[in-house]
Design a protein around this ligand. Structure first.
Ligand SMILES: [Zn+2]
Length: 258
């Protein structure tokens, strides 16, 4: 979504949430000009952290033109040209969520240009993988594109929306694996926990889908509760929901807790 409701912020604060990491995303419509992105980036780096701070939550963000709007190469490049100015802002951790939506040639081109930008400015990278039947192919294309940048350290990249058939690929390639939790569709908490049980709790995290479909900002505390009910130790739960995200994001010198 473009902006969290105050009810969302309040619920997260009550659940003990200290930090939010919000990637640049689709606004509910395709923006027709780079100026529309400039305004959005200004919101993410200016007004939104102030709103979160009122609830005692630190707000971090990521910059990019998301893959849903990356079909127009000219617009994509114009948006990429805006990004360096925002990389100097206090709450920007890196480039994201870049990636693929329909695995098209133009999406791939714009993703590669974002990776080059991250490489040039030594930024963390957050990658979105496509859904359903496009996921496996898209994940392979993304890993190939990342590997072409030989300077890029794998541990500075998180590939999100992994599922049972892609998590192994991502972890074996050395990247962090993200699981965005949805209440019903796509990946649920139950499946996310199954994945942790099968693939281990290293280099993996869970995050909340907060987008235009049915989604909720309380997905991670609910998943933590489900892990408790399934007999996981407090230490293991703390690792997945707190230590792991902290370790990944703390690779940016801007990330601070408290
Ligand atoms: Zn995504």
């Amino acid at each position: 979504m473009v902006s969290r409701t105050t009810a969302d912020y309040e619920a997260m604060a009550i659940a003990g949430c200290e930090v939010i990491s919000e990637p640049a995303f689709w606004a509910g419509y395709d923006r027709s000009t780079e100026q529309g992105f400039y305004d959005y980036f200004s919101l993410l780096t200016g007004f939104e952290p102030q709103r979160a701070a009122k609830f005692g939550i630190q707000h971090y963000t990521w910059m990019c033109i998301n893959p849903k709007e990356a079909e127009d190469i000219g617009l994509g490049q114009a948006v990429i040209d805006l990004i360096p100015e925002f990389l100097t802002k206090d709450n920007v951790l890196g480039i994201g969520e870049i990636g693929l939506n329909k695995n098209s040639k133009n999406e791939l081109e714009i993703m590669e240009r974002h990776i080059a930008l991250a490489d040039e400015h030594d930024q963390l990278i957050l990658v979105h993988t496509p859904h359903l039947e496009d996921k496996l192919k898209g994940t392979k294309l993304i890993i190939d594109a990342l590997k072409n940048f030989s300077n890029l350290k794998e541990e500075r990249v998180i590939i999100d929306h992994v599922e049972e058939h892609t998590v192994g690929l991502v972890k074996d390639a050395g990247y962090w694996a993200g699981m965005t939790l949805y209440p019903e569709s796509k990946l649920t908490a139950r499946r996310g926990i199954d994945i942790v049980e099968k693939f281990g709790s290293d280099q993996i995290w869970m995050n909340c889908a907060c987008d235009w479909g049915v989604s909720e900002p309380m997905a991670t505390p609910k998943a933590a509760q489900m892990m408790r009910q399934r007999g996981h130790s407090a230490e293991e739960i703390d690792k997945v929901f707190y230590q792991n995200p902290k370790s990944f994001m703390a690779q940016s010198p801007k990330f601070k807790l408290g």
